[in-house]
Design a protein around this ligand. Structure first.
Ligand code: KIV
Length: 264
């Protein structure tokens, strides 16, 4: 991998290349992902895959800061984005104070905030105070309870138009990039055309400027459910079970440790 990405290189990417983003939650895996990915997202999805909670709503800022520090330590040359968790960006003053904490207590390059038009003023406030913001529109997991589920957007004219309006508002507020999640491929394409900042899709079809996946989904470690948009590039859970099973068997049979694992 070459030099660390910057806001400028990421914005230019819209014309030149597809952007690859993957979530990371700890130093070890961040170091493994760093070479292949352009961006590492410390997503609040860690609340589900790592903490075992049913949704992202109980993730805290302390938790996000802890994991973001780890990711920045493991991948110091990567562009790292910290997700602002539910309830930490309700007012612009609160959002700025919390984003400043993220910037002061980690080496994150940017924060990500879920929300459209209703969050535009707040995003503008952060951007004008030296906080780089990635927006997140379409299906917003932090709204799962108020929406009554994870609802794909863009299947009707109203939601199609709303997501476009949200994306434009977040761009106008100064966000350097946008995640669009859980939308029809037509809407993914339309959002990507509607704004001049890079649009990174997840469950948004192939015509966005880049893609993001949650690492524990794409490597097959998270087995509780598999959203339609996830492609499993390995079967991590099976590989781990097999390896740990072998270790347990060898301990029980006296095969491990062998001679070469013993001090002389
Ligand atoms: O929390 C997360 O991992 C995310 C991605 C799904 C975009 O927000």
């Amino acid at each position: 991998m070459g030099k660390k990405e910057t806001i400028t290189s990421l914005k230019t990417a819209k014309r030149d290349r597809k952007l690859v983003m993957i979530t990371a939650y700890d130093a070890l895996f961040a170091s493994l992902f760093a070479d292949a990915a352009d961006l590492l997202l410390v997503g609040d999805s860690l609340n589900m895959s790592f903490l075992g909670e049913p949704d992202t709503l109980s993730a805290t800022l302390d938790q996000m800061i802890y994991h973001t520090r780890a990711v920045c330590n493991g991948a110091p040359e990567s562009f790292v984005i910290c997700d602002m968790p539910f309830g930490t960006t309700n007012t612009k003053e609160e959002a700025l104070a919390n984003a400043v904490r993220v910037f002061q207590q980690t080496h994150a390059d940017a924060v990500k905030i879920e929300g459209g038009l209703e969050r535009a003023e707040l995003v503008e406030h952060l951007c004008s105070n030296a906080i780089a913001v990635m927006g997140h529109v379409g299906l917003m997991p932090q709204s799962v309870r108020s929406e009554g589920g994870y609802i794909v957007q863009g299947r009707d004219e109203t939601s199609f138009a709303k997501v476009i309006k949200d994306a434009k508002a977040i761009e106008a507020a100064g966000a350097f990039a946008l995640v669009v999640e859980g939308v029809t491929p037509d809407l993914g394409r339309a959002v990507t055309k509607a704004v001049s900042i890079p649009v990174i899709g997840i469950g948004a079809g192939k015509d966005t400027d880049g893609q993001v996946l949650v690492w524990s989904d794409m490597l097959g470690f998270f087995e509780a459910f598999k959203p339609k948009f996830v492609k499993r590039y390995m079967n991590g859970a099976e590989a781990v079970r097999e390896a740990v099973g072998k270790y347990a068997e060898e301990v029980r049979n006296g095969i491990f440790p062998a001679e070469e694992h013993c001090y002389k």
